[in-house]
Design a protein around this ligand. Structure first.
Ligand SMILES: *Cc1c(COP(=O)(O)O)cnc(C)c1O
Length: 424
């Protein structure tokens, strides 16, 4: 049996941990079967509890963009650990990473560190509400902004996978302040502004969506959002937890040339440690406590080990002028070759790709919103997933997720991946 030890360990985990996992998508509920438990990772490769190895297209859901346990990051974290794990006081290191990010990302004056993308998005929305003195927000179906109550109104990713769009425990009172719109549907946005005139604090969006599979913004959708926000005194929040430091160092703001009012970060920013952040211009960020009245705090925010891992990862990326070219070219090659193989097999498909994010949707020709994503053949994706897993390729375990390409994935890994796909 391929996954003997994993299966035994997972059975035990289920006794002590709800569903056996600390985050739902890991449970393989969408693709079926028993999750593979990992014990180590290096570069492009994962090793599971049964000592099988895999080429990794999850990369911890994005953070491992330079590959796992990069020697430079590893050494820096080891040295930092010698100095203490956490102080709960300000440190010089926090200013160093804040300055480094602000100097290299367009359009942000100040940044506040937190410990997850969820916290970042939750705090950004509170700040937007405090700043505008309005209650309502607009979010898009299929976009995921973490699991705070305001966003679990009809979330993508985990929640969509479980067909559980409205989580019990989220109150009606909270739900009424979140307005939902279809991704890429600007008419709906215009209608929402008409119906809720003067009440909308913010629009929050994944500028390239990654939590309903990879879905790209069409035409001038983002520009139009910027414009309607300006016309209505509404803040535009780019949730760059996935796209930040991935599409480009300056994320979607840089790639699309659009200034967001607030930007949230996570994933890559911590280089694999638990980090999130939100950032914006002085006028807005000055409203945060202790300077302003909008409260937000965290015992482990700006944790030195996490800051060190994040800063060293970001520096590796920033100091390598070919970094983005390389991972984008790798992803382009992968996308085109996967498309060719599927076409040769007579399997209709749609491959959405931007930068180093990519998704394959089966038996559909266009996916530009959550409805489209749901129309894809997900049971075929599930077979595809398991076929690749058995052949040493680890994809995200759901057709509603994005594959993340790291810099450790080279021609050799691409060739092995395509070989596995040919066997499907
Ligand atoms: C992962 C993700 C989040 C949530 O981040 P966590 O660290 O899991 O809390 C928020 N927004 C987007 C776009 C994400 O991809």
């Amino acid at each position: 049996m391929l996954y003997q030890r994993s299966s035994a360990l997972f059975a035990e985990a289920q006794q002590y941990i709800p569903g056996g996992v600390n985050s739902p998508v890991r449970a393989f509920k969408s693709v079926g079967g028993v999750p593979v438990l990992l014990k180590s990772a290096k570069g492009a490769y994962l090793t599971d509890a049964d000592d099988r190895t895999y080429i990794d297209y999850i990369n911890s859901w994005g953070p491992a963009i330079v590959g796992h346990t990069h020697p430079v990051v590893l050494e820096a974290v080891q040295q930092q650990a010698e100095k203490g794990f956490s102080f709960g006081t300000p440190t010089e290191l926090e200013t160093e990473i804040a300055k480094f990010i602000i100097d290299n990302v367009p359009n942000i004056d100040q940044i506040r560190m937190v410990s997850s993308g969820t916290e970042a998005c939750m705090s950004a929305v509170r700040l937007a509400r405090g700043f505008t003195k309005r209650d309502k927000i607009i979010k898009f179906e299929g976009c995921y902004h973490g699991h705070s109550d305001s966003f679990l109104i009809k979330a993508g990713s985990g929640a969509a996978t479980f067909g559980n769009p409205n989580s019990p425990g989220v109150t009606q009172g909270t739900a009424k302040d979140t307005l939902l719109a279809r991704y890429n549907d600007f008419e709906q946005i215009q209608q929402l502004f008409k119906d809720n005139s003067g009440e909308i604090a913010a629009i929050i969006i994944e500028p390239v969506a990654g939590n309903m599979g990879c879905v790209l913004p069409e035409n001038d959708f983002l520009q139009k959002l910027r414009q309607i926000c300006d016309e209505n005194g509404t803040l535009l929040i780019f949730d760059e937890v996935m796209t930040g430091f991935r599409l480009a160092f300056g994320g979607a703001q840089e790639v699309f040339g659009i200034k967001a009012d607030l930007v949230t970060y996570g994933k890559v920013i911590g280089g694999g440690m638990p980090v999130g952040a939100f950032a914006g211009r002085n006028e807005i960020m000055d409203c945060l406590a202790p300077k302003g009245a909008v409260y937000q705090a965290g015992t482990l925010s700006g944790n030195p080990l996490a800051m060190r891992a994040g800063l060293e990862t970001l520096k590796l990326i920033r100091n390598d002028t070919e970094f983005y070219n390389r991972i984008h070219t790798t992803t382009e090659t992968l996308g085109m070759e996967v498309g060719k193989i599927l076409s040769e097999k007579g399997i209709s498909h749609c491959i959405n790709r931007r930068g180093s994010m990519m998704s394959v949707f089966f038996e559909t020709d266009k996916v530009s919103n959550f409805d489209d994503a749901q129309k894809a053949n997900h049971s075929m994706f599930n077979q595809f997933f398991h076929s690749l897993l058995e052949n040493g390729i680890y994809l995200p375990p759901s057709g509603y997720e994005t594959w993340f390409i790291s810099d450790a994935i080279k021609d050799n890994e691409i060739e092995k991946t395509l070989e596995a796909i040919r066997k499907f």
